[in-house]
Design a binder for this molecule. Structure first.
Ligand code: ADP
Ligand code: MG
Length: 350
């Protein structure tokens, strides 16, 4: 696809390094007054006024985190921003700026980079963040993208992974497992395509989970919702690696254990039916799948009534004393299954 010797495509060498950066970034506009100096100088200047700065960075490597055989470049650009914005949202901060660094091989034409930047631009617009810098270099193999996100918040509003207390309620936003099952469908259809390029991929009916995988959103809306409800989480994390591992992170940092109720894990009906179709346990997909970019947090028991019937939230468990450990309470049987990687072997099979 990218290797096509299409004469319409422009080799990167047509632009000098700075010419290329200018070309890719010239249509970005700025939305935050905290952005004082942006692309074009030796460094960006950001004015946080009286707030704390929250910073996070993530690397995405071709073949490790994404496969260009089925991930459109524009989606890749968008998602690369979203995963970083999600980390800022997980601190209960407001994302304000990003920096984008790229290592790119010359098998990519300028048009491919334009697609990636179109996705980045869309995410910047949607999340009201400013692209204030980055770095560009060549790569001998695949595409590597590193994004740094900056956010701001008053010190007292920042929420950490530590802070959960025994009896706090464990709450998650949205629904889980969809992104993982979307990936399974993309991989299945890609394998069919590789075996026979004339076969039509069968993606119809899977829209929701494909979107969860290809165009996830960061829950920057939750901060406002919680604020309106008068709830400040006692601890928070975003779900990038799967519910199970994120619970263990909260446990580790907060020094509490957790009970997670399988029957309470929110899942879309398409997630469940696709798991059934692929002979996977849907709860396992939510627990170990990852990339849902929902927020997982704890609240004080007194806040139960404020959250209880809210459509954005599901109460899925509670914190216990650390020595009581981290367990899934299985649907029906109430059997306790330890939340750790090995414990899932038996559970993997349906
Ligand atoms: P330096 O040599 O000082 O590192 P560069 O030529 O790498 O400067 O970058 C020039 C300007 O362009 C800087 O403001 C830098 O932040 C920005 N920049 C470089 N690469 C990118 C990129 N991929 N995306 C956005 N901005 C970039
Ligand atoms: Mg540089």
């Amino acid at each position: 696809m990218l290797e096509d010797k299409n004469p319409q495509l422009t080799p990167i060498s047509t632009y000098g390094e700075f010419g290329l950066i200018k070309h890719l970034t010239e249509n970005f506009s700025f939305k935050n007054t905290s952005t004082e100096i942006s692309i074009g100088d030796d460094a960006a200047v950001i004015n946080p006024e009286n707030k704390k700065i929250v910073v996070s960075t993530d690397i995405l490597a071709e073949g490790v985190h994404f496969n260009l055989g089925y991930v459109p470049l524009k989606h890749l650009g968008y998602k690369a921003v979203v995963v970083n914005i999600s980390d800022i949202a997980a601190m209960n901060a407001i994302p304000t700026q990003i920096l984008v660094s790229l290592a790119v091989s010359n098998r990519f034409p300028v048009e491919a980079l334009e697609e990636i930047y179109a996705g980045i631009a869309l995410a910047c617009k949607h999340y009201k963040v400013d692209l204030v810098g980055g770095d560009t270099t060549s790569s001998n193999s695949g595409l590597v993208m590193s994004i740094t996100a900056i956010g701001m918040e008053d010190s007292e509003n920042i929420v950490k992974r530590s802070g959960a207390k025994p009896n706090d309620l464990l709450v998650v936003t949205g629904d889980l497992g969809g992104a993982y099952l979307g990936l399974q469908i993309l991989e299945r259809e890609h394998a069919v395509y590789l075996a026979n390029p004339d076969m039509q991929p069968e993606m119809e009916g899977y829209d929701y989970i494909l979107e969860r995988q290809l165009k996830p959103e960061a829950r920057t809306d939750i901060k406002k919702t919680l604020n309106e409800l008068g709830v400040k989480p006692t601890s928070m994390i975003d779900i990038s690696d799967g519910l199970s591992s994120e619970i263990l992170h909260l446990s580790d940092q907060s020094k509490v254990g957790f009970r997670l109720y399988e029957e309470k894990i929110p899942m879309d009906s398409l997630t469940i039916s696709t798991a059934d179709e692929l002979n996977l346990n849907p709860a396992m997909c939510a627990m170990n799948g990852g990339e849902d970019f929902e927020l997982l947090f704890t609240i004080a028991p007194e806040d139960f009534e404020k959250i209880r019937n809210h459509p954005d939230f599901s109460i899925i468990g509670h914190a216990v004393e650390l020595e009581h450990g981290n367990y899934l309470v299985a649907r029906g049987s109430n059997e306790l299954i330890a939340l750790n990687a090995q414990g899932w072997d038996a559970f993997l099979k349906k």
